[in-house]
Design a protein around this ligand. Structure first.
Ligand code: GGG
Length: 329
């Protein structure tokens, strides 16, 4: 292994959890780490939240590990996702054995459209009273996501027994945009012979907590994927357990779903699980499936009977949990 990994801790607890994941990657492989800055602190210092050299480091790297962005999220996360040309954000939400989850049956992977929807960046103040946002949906981006979802399911990457996917939308109200999204996704799945069912996203938000067993892989428009995966985090023990992978054709950006958590930042008690699991996804993206699985197993072992941070009812520090994960590798 000699791939280059760009490392951007960002703000808040990103500064605490990313070093743990770097230590984990260092323990299983021989990577070259390129450290770079982005976020609120670097903006205060330099006037820009995403310095050109950070973007260049991401474009040059084989993969990027990112922590969290606060007030400058729109100036950091969106350009970083586009710097790796990612078109899907994979967000697995799983209730791990030993964790006191609200819904222990939950095992669902969200595939979030990652380039458009209300995140396309077309927002305007038209007067003192009026702001607008243009929601962008193309058949091509929706079809690309659907192709990925089909390949994901066909390759057995979903939870055990996954045979198809659920597509969520609000096409009964946003007929043009979500109608286009739904039609494109369903037609790709039909062409490829992959089973789908569809659900309005509000109904899905009610049904997921009630019947988590009914869902395996869920394909969502951009904002819906963000919100619904956070909802799922509440079912499995919190945001400290949700990793994510922003995947492009050649590069990827791996980040915990959580943000900067200003309420606990600086105390050294943030749960590093989501970031370490994101590092496992990074390893798998680079083709190191066995190492990714080792990291996953180590995290699961610690969650089952190791030290826990306060979000999971324990009193361990970020560093103690990180050490316990590394001891199990
Ligand atoms: N680790 C990613 C992060 O900083 N999340 C906070 C956030 O604002 N997320 C919005 C998004 O994922 O689109």
């Amino acid at each position: 292994m000699s791939e280059e990994i760009a490392v951007i801790p960002g703000d808040g607890i990103g500064q605490e959890v990313v070093p743990v994941a770097v230590d984990v990657l260092d323990a299983v492989g021989d990577f070259e780490f390129v450290h770079a800055d982005a976020g609120d602190a670097v903006k205060a210092e330099t006037g820009t939240a995403l310095p050109a050299e950070t973007r260049e480091a991401v474009e040059a790297a084989d993969a990027t590990l990112f922590g969290a962005a606060g007030e400058t999220a729109a100036d950091v996360i969106l350009p970083l996702r586009s710097a790796v040309e990612s078109f899907v954000n994979i967000r697995p939400a799983r209730a791990y054995p030993g964790v006191d989850a609200l819904r222990p049956e939950t095992d669902v992977v969200f595939l979030r459209e990652n380039t458009e929807g209300v995140y396309a960046g077309h927002e305007d103040d038209l007067s003192d009273d009026l702001s607008t946002l243009t929601r962008v949906v193309t058949s091509s981006a929706s079809r690309r996501l659907a192709e990925f979802a089909c390949e994901f399911v066909e390759a057995g990457r979903g939870p055990d027994g996954t045979e198809g996917f659920t597509v969520t939308h609000k096409a009964n109200v946003m007929r043009k945009t979500d109608g286009r999204f739904r039609d494109a996704v369903v037609s790709v799945a039909d062409e490829r012979g992959v089973e789908t069912d569809e659900e309005l996203m509000d109904a899905f938000a009610t049904r997921l907590p009630l019947y988590p067993d009914d869902y395996d892989v869920v394909v969502c428009p951009n904002l819906a994927g963000d919100v619904l995966s956070d909802l799922a985090a509440g079912l499995v023990g919190g945001l400290g357990l949700l990793p994510s992978a922003n995947v492009g054709e050649e590069r990827g950006l791996f980040e915990p779903v959580h943000g900067t958590a200003p309420d606990i930042a600086g105390q050294g008690v943030a749960n590093p699980g989501a970031t370490v699991l994101s590092a496992a996804m990074l390893l798998e993206f680079l083709g190191y499936d066995e190492d990714g699985q080792r990291v996953r197993d180590a995290v699961e072992g610690v969650l089952a009977d190791g030290p826990r941070t306060p979000d999971l009812g324990g009193d361990a520090t970020t560093e103690q949990v990180g050490d316990a994960i590394i001891d199990r590798l």
